[in-house]
Design a protein around this ligand. Structure first.
Ligand code: PLP
Length: 373
């Protein structure tokens, strides 16, 4: 089945009691035992472990990423931290120089405290990544395209290097979504998503997910850790996320088409020094992105001539692009990342991150035109 068909149907079923086509929201925290004290027929016991909305979302995510097991979480960071907390120390973690700043902070502030050594390296350079991986490497954390500089990493090449050293390759697939890129097919062991972004798609539901290549000891250990730690999402959020996934394919078509047209426009503006968008022939990772992605996504970033002040001025003049954090919703957003990332940010202070929404492209370009005039 094609990914766009899967997005509409994966995990769906007609309700046995009501014949409802759309899923209900199940708020029950507890599920009746069988007479002998074991679980009831559906296998549920307590909401913190498993519940109907979570199970349905996980079935859809597993199918979309082509994995053996999927776990939904309360947030993207809950997924990241629950996974990292199951990794035994000591050892090394290889991390991109450009990566979501929450992941970098957790590695620097918590994982180093647990005895891990961090190797931070440029993931655009597969040979540099290879040189950072060694016998002590436990995890290679990859994010492609990356947040916020849209660095593209070669997943298949990095998977080979990672497995040659017996380490685990995790790919944050938030920017691409399973519609545009399937890291497990390219050799990753685990895919991570902030479902808060494109999967839910409407800036109204926090959530995260991990999809494992195999339903093995690793997946089982993380599932157990999630139950113990309680990092699960509320049913309303898992319901909203699955509802968002149903329209992911047409939304991504709009996001990708609009971002490509806006990137092309911005590249020709004298006030813009550089456009980071993997779909541009000028992007250093364009050939890799063209190989491993079905389309180039709805995210881009720009470096503004005139530095920080010029970037902040442009952001303040945009009208349709709201100056706000987050990404992947239907509405266009712009953000000066350096201002919101904590100390230790490697983001240039002349950079604006742009989440291109699904509005009409003429209005989006006109908005930038008037902001740059
Ligand atoms: N990964 C990426 C690429 C992100 O952009 C974010 C959030 O912005 C996260 C992970 C963390 O996700 P959440 O905010 O859902 O915890």
């Amino acid at each position: 089945m094609k990914p766009s068909t899967l997005a509409v149907h994966a995990g769906a079923h007609i309700d046995a009691d009501s014949a409802a086509v759309a899923p209900s929201i199940g708020l029950s925290t507890t599920f009746g035992h069988a007479a002998d004290g074991t679980r009831g027929p559906a296998g549920f016991e307590y909401i913190r472990e498993d519940n109907p909305n979570q199970r349905q979302l996980e079935a859809a995510l597993r199918a979309l990423e082509g994995g053996g097991a999927a776990l939904a979480f309360a947030s993207g960071m809950a997924a990241v931290t629950t996974l990292l907390d199951t990794i035994e120390s000591p050892g090394e973690i290889v991390l991109p120089l450009d990566v979501y700043h929450g992941v970098r902070r957790y590695c620097r502030e918590v994982m180093v405290g647990r005895g891990f050594v961090l190797r931070e390296t440029d993931f655009a350079d597969a040979r540099g990544v290879a040189a950072s991986i060694g016998a002590s490497t436990r995890v290679v954390w990859c994010e492609t395209p990356s947040n916020p500089q849209l660095v593209v990493a070669d997943i298949a090449a990095i998977a080979q290097q990672t497995h040659g050293n017996g380490a685990l390759l995790v790919v944050d697939n938030t920017f691409a979504t399973p519609l545009l890129q399937n890291p497990l097919v390219l050799g990753a062991d685990v895919v991570m998503h902030s479902t808060t972004k494109y999967l839910a798609g409407h800036s109204d539901a926090l959530g995260g997910a991990l999809v494992f290549a195999r339903d093995d000891e690793l997946a089982g250990g993380v599932r157990e850790r999630r139950t113990l730690g309680g990092a699960i999402a509320a049913p309303f959020n898992t319901w909203l996320t699955l509802r968002g996934i149903r329209s992911l394919a047409p939304r991504m078509e709009f996001h990708c088409r609009n971002a490509a047209a806006l990137a092309d426009f911005l590249e020709r503006q004298p006030a813009i020094a550089q456009v980071n968008y993997p779909g541009l022939a000028s992007h250093p990772g364009h050939a890799i992105a063209a190989r491993q992605m079905r389309a180039f996504g709805g995210m881009l970033s720009v470096r503004c001539r005139g530095g920080r002040d010029a970037a902040l001025h442009i952001a303040s003049r945009l009208r349709i692009f709201t100056n706000a954090t987050s990404l992947g919703g239907v509405e266009s957003l712009v953000e000066h990342r350096h201002s919101v990332e904590s100390a230790g940010s490697s983001t240039p202070d002349d950079l604006l991150r742009v989440s291109v929404g699904v509005e009409h492209i003429d209005d989006l370009i006109a908005d930038w035109q008037q902001a740059l005039d």
